[in-house]
Each structure stands twice: as structure tokens, then as C-alpha cells.
Design a protein around this ligand. Structure first.
Ligand SMILES: Cc1cc2nc3c(=O)[nH]c(=O)nc-3n(C[C@H](O)[C@H](O)[C@H](O)COP(=O)(O)OP(=O)(O)OC[C@H]3O[C@@H](n4cnc5c(N)ncnc54)[C@H](O)[C@@H]3O)c2cc1C
Length: 311
């Protein structure tokens, strides 16, 4: 099949757990889909997830991605490596320009689009980042793995978005939680300081200026006043930016962190344009992305003209 000449039922942008699960559902509804993925799923960062249901011993993120791709392959689907660089409406169809890894350009046309492009973490420079994340010394999702760091010494750095929430959340798991800020001028108000004190979270007043790793791969947090704070685990909770530009360019409504607003069927405010997973407002979790994928794919299938079977 020549993708340039085909009108797809659905163009799926993003091949993380959300996009891949939607693709599996739509292929099993015998729909004609194109799935384009740039290859930076956050799933690829997860050393072991212990909260995704069905894997009592945990599952490695890359392995889960491989399993989903293999499952899609069983139904004749595959991932097109590349990036959708522009998305527009022409004569009632969505048109996406896909830049392939070799610089080749393919124009993909579709009746509907499902955006599953995820978020980019704001992050901060941390020495030996890849190793530290792989070893669980740096973590990005308290909901995912707070349970896995029970009774460790936990450093959290925060920003204006939800300044004390993450540190208070971590107190469920450890008595030894330190809260850092990035800027010299504190963003905490009196009420937030009182909440930290009541929960016995240590607020470090001097700004966090760097994070290095000890020889045994433990984070050491350095502040502007020259102090060092060795920790067991570091959570840089500095916010995120949803990769929603393609949808926003078509007029889709966004909210905080550029996340997309969707309804119960995962429809954006642009007819025919759906969004699921981290790019939408809600909890960044694999189970959420895959659950939303099931709802969106079924809604898309029921909205498109019936694909009547002939033998
Ligand atoms: C360190 C870490 C640990 C985590 N642990 C857990 C855990 O234990 N449990 C849990 O439930 N969640 C965990 N999460 C969160 C989980 O990874 C995300 O919620 C999940 O991956 C979201 O899936 P998604 O499909 O929405 O987006 P993603 O998995 O981020 O996939 C988005 C994909 O879209 C691609 N893309 C973006 N723009 C384009 C474009 N224009 N064209 C083509 N492709 C594009 C990206 O390259 C990427 O491959 C963790 C996250 C991190 C970073």
C-alpha cells in the first residue's frame, strides 16, 4: 500500500502505550490506520514499573513497548518511524506531513486523527542522567514509584506549579523528605510553609544549583550557599510541557502545561481530532493512556462509516 495514495481511517501520531493500544484496537476493528512515531516514549525510561496491572514482578518499559508493537503486528499494523511536522485540514480530510528518519517526506491523509504525543519533562541538568534514571536514583513520577522508595532519604525540587504538593505526597512513604527550590526568591507562601512544617518536611532555603552522583550512584544536591545534601533518591518535579502544538495549530483547546482538553470520548474541540494519554489533562500513567486508547478507538470506529465485511 502506498501511504501517499491512501486515505486512512485514522492517523495516529505517537507510538507510546497510548498510540500503540489505540492502533491495536483499531486494527482489530479492521480499520485502515497509519501510526507514526518519533521514538521518544516516556515508557522507554522506566527501569521497572511495579504499578502497571498484570505484571506481579514488574515490567521494564522498553519490554512493554516491544510487547505492544508485537501485538500490533499480529493484526497487520506497524509503526512508521518519523515525525509529523505539520497537521492541517484540506477538503474535509486531515493531512499530516511525515518526515522520515532519512529526511524523506510522506503526506498522510486521514478521516480522523488521534494524537498520543505525550509530554516533555522540564527536568534539570543532573550528572549521569541516563544511568541515574536507569538505577532509580533519579525518578520522575511519585505516583508511579513512591512505594518503591519507602523509608529512603528523598530530595524533591519544585517550581511554581504545585510548589509543595509533591513533597507532601512523598511523606506517605518516608519521614525524611527534603524540599528544594530552583530560584533564589522562594515561591512558597505562608500557608505552604505551614503545611511543610506540620508534615515535618525539611524546606531547604538556599536555591538548588546542581545535582551530582556519588560513586555508588546516589544523588548529591548542591545549593547556592555551598552546602551538599546527599540523598537516596531525587525527584526533579519542575513541570512538563504537553506536545500539543499540532492540535493547537488546528484550534484545539488547551489548558495548563499546554495539555489538551478532551471530553468523555477523548474528543478535542476540533471535530475528528482525538487525543489520549499524557498529552491530555489528567494523570500521567500507562493505565490511563491505555484505558483512554480503548475508549477513543471505539468511539472513532463507531463514528466512521461502517466498514461492511464482504467475503
Ligand atoms: C522515569 C519514568 C517512570 C515512569 N514510571 C511509570 C510507572 O511505573 N507507571 C506508570 O503508569 N507510568 C509511569 N511513567 C509514566 C508513563 O511513562 C507515561 O504516562 C506514558 O508513557 C504515557 O504514554 P503516552 O502514550 O501518552 O506518551 P509517551 O509514552 O510519551 O509516547 C509519546 C510518543 O509520541 C512521539 N511523538 C511526539 N510527537 C510526535 C510527532 N510530532 N510525530 C511522531 N511522533 C511523535 C514521542 O516520540 C513518543 O514516542 C513513568 C515515566 C517516567 C519518565
Amino acid at each position: 500500500m502506498n501511504p501517499d495514495q491512501t486515505v486512512f481511517d485514522t492517523l495516529i501520531i505517537g507510538g507510546g502505550p497510548g498510540g500503540l493500544t489505540a492502533a491495536i484496537y483499531l486494527r482489530r476493528f479492521t480499520r485502515n490506520i497509519a501510526l507514526v512515531d518519533k521514538g521518544h516514549s516516556r515508557l522507554g525510561w522506566i527501569p521497572v514499573s511495579h504499578n502497571y496491572p498484570g505484571f506481579p514482578d514488574g515490567i521494564n518499559g522498553k519490554q512493554l513497548l516491544e510487547n505492544l508493537r508485537a501485538q500490533l503486528g499480529r493484526y497487520g499494523g506497524h509503526v512508521m518511524p518519523g515525525e509529523i511536522t505539520d497537521l492541517r485540514l484540506e477538503d474535509g480530510l486531515f493531512v499530516g506531513d511525515c518526515a522520515g528518519p532519512d529526511g524523506d517526506l510522506t503526506r498522510l491523509r486521514a478521516h480522523t486523527v488521534l494524537l498520543a504525543t505525550g509530554v516533555a519533562d522540564a527536568g534539570m541538568p543532573v550528572a549521569r542522567w541516563d544511568e541515574a534514571v536507569a538505577a532509580g536514583a533519579v525518578r520522575l513520577c511519585p505516583v508511579c514509584d513512591g512505594y518503591d522508595v519507602i523509608d529512603r532519604r528523598i530530595g524533591v525540587v519544585t517550581s511554581e506549579v504545585n510548589p509543595v504538593g509533591h513533597a507532601l505526597f512523598m511523606r506517605t512513604f518516608s519521614e525524611d523528605v527534603l524540599l528544594f527550590e530552583r530560584s533564589a526568591a522562594s515561591v512558597l507562601n505562608e500557608e505552604e510553609r505551614r503545611q511543610l512544617e506540620a508534615a515535618n518536611v525539611r524546606h531547604v532555603e538556599s536555591a538548588l544549583v546542581g545535582v551530582s552522583m556519588s560513586e555508588d550512584l546516589k544523588p548529591v544536591l548542591h545549593t547556592a550557599d555551598g552546602e551538599d545534601y546527599p540523598c537516596d533518591v531525587f525527584y526533579p518535579m519542575l513541570g512538563e510541557n504537553a506536545r500539543s502544538d499540532l492540535a493547537a495549530g488546528l484550534g484545539a483547546e488547551t489548558v495548563e502545561c499546554r495539555k489538551l482538553l478532551v471530553d468523555d470520548h477523548l474528543r478535542t474541540s476540533v471535530p475528528g481530532l482525538y487525543a489520549i494519554g499524557d498529552v491530555t489533562r489528567g494523570l500521567n500513567q500507562i493505565a490511563v493512556a491505555t484505558g483512554q486508547a480503548a475508549i477513543a478507538a471505539t468511539s472513532i470506529h463507531n463514528t466512521l462509516p461502517w466498514a461492511l465485511r464482504t467475503t
